[in-house]
Design a protein around this ligand. Structure first.
Ligand code: NAP
Length: 245
């Protein structure tokens, strides 16, 4: 048995993805949703479901879960966020291992798009958990990153700081905010889209809708675009491998 923990769980891609996979492959497993209002409830959840072997973790517990883990992968530690937990049990106890597969999904879906183009600099829109995973991957690939936030800070610029020069130097732009996600279809990050060119690659972590306003505006300027669906599938499959490793 597997499942997803988070505060408010509505429609879940993971539940559909894994339950379809179990049906297709004839696996006697199931994937359930576990909305919890406090991360401290994780211990009773794991005790109440002795067949539970793995969890996905979503908002707002990707960081809050870290103190409850016995082990954390190097990547999850560096990012500071965990979206996959492997539960290892023996007769009397259990151990929890935390991983981050968002970074695996982002890396593997991005690599084919940048294999023939040398993007040296990237703007990451947003500063949440997903933005940190994107930053980890890009930095590892040797791309210089700059966070863009609504608030000023030591490690970022704000949307009003964006100039033609900054947009033209940063040929890779990643939307790691929820702006434009269904049902908020008319929103997009407030960047100067008129400075985008065919040299840009604009990647939106959002997968619903398939083409957000951010991507439509970037496409209209000739930029290459990519949505978050492939990342989503890759991170789910990577979770499955971790749970069964
Ligand atoms: P989050 O923590 O809720 O938000 C990310 C950041 O977006 C915030 O830290 C904030 O940065 C900015 N933001 C939030 N509301 C905003 C607003 N109204 N206007 C402008 N900026 C706003 O979310 P997350 O978990 O990092 O996820 C971000 C997005 O990535 C979501 O849409 C999520 O669905 C998607 N995602 C996709 C995948 C995938 O596999 N495709 C995986 C993970 C996440 P500032 O406060 O610095 O402005």
């Amino acid at each position: 048995m597997y499942g997803l923990i988070g505060k408010h769980l509505g429609h879940s891609f993971s539940s559909e993805f894994f339950n379809n996979k179990f049906r297709r492959e004839g696996l006697k497993e199931r994937y359930d949703l576990f909305p919890i209002d406090d991360i401290k409830k994780i211990s009773s959840l794991i005790n109440d479901y002795p067949d539970l072997k793995g969890l996905n973790v979503t908002i707002p517990y990707k960081e809050e879960i870290i103190p409850f883990l016995d082990k954390i992968s190097d990547e999850a530690k560096a990012i500071g966020a965990v979206n996959v937990v492997r539960i290892i049990r023996d007769d009397t106890a259990y151990r929890l291992e935390g991983h981050n597969t968002d970074c695996i999904g982002f890396r593997e879906s991005l690599l084919p798009l940048i294999s023939s183009v040398n993007h040296k600099k990237a703007l990451i829109l947003g500063t949440g958990g997903a933005a940190k995973a994107v930053d980890y991957v890009l930095s590892d690939l040797g791309v210089t990153t700059l966070f863009v936030s609504r608030k000023s800070g030591n490690n970022n610029i704000t949307y009003s700081d964006l100039t033609e020069e900054i947009i033209s130097q940063n040929t890779l732009i990643i939307n790691a905010t929820p702006l434009g996600m269904w049902p908020d279809l008319d929103s997009c990050p407030p960047i100067p889209y008129n400075f985008l060119t065919e040299n840009h690659l604009c990647y939106d972590l959002i997968y619903n809708p398939t083409e957000t306003l951010f991507l439509r505006k970037a496409k209209a300027k000739g930029a290459l675009i990519k949505n978050g669906f492939e990342m989503l599938k890759i991170q789910a499959l990577a979770a499955w491998e971790i749970w069964n490793s």
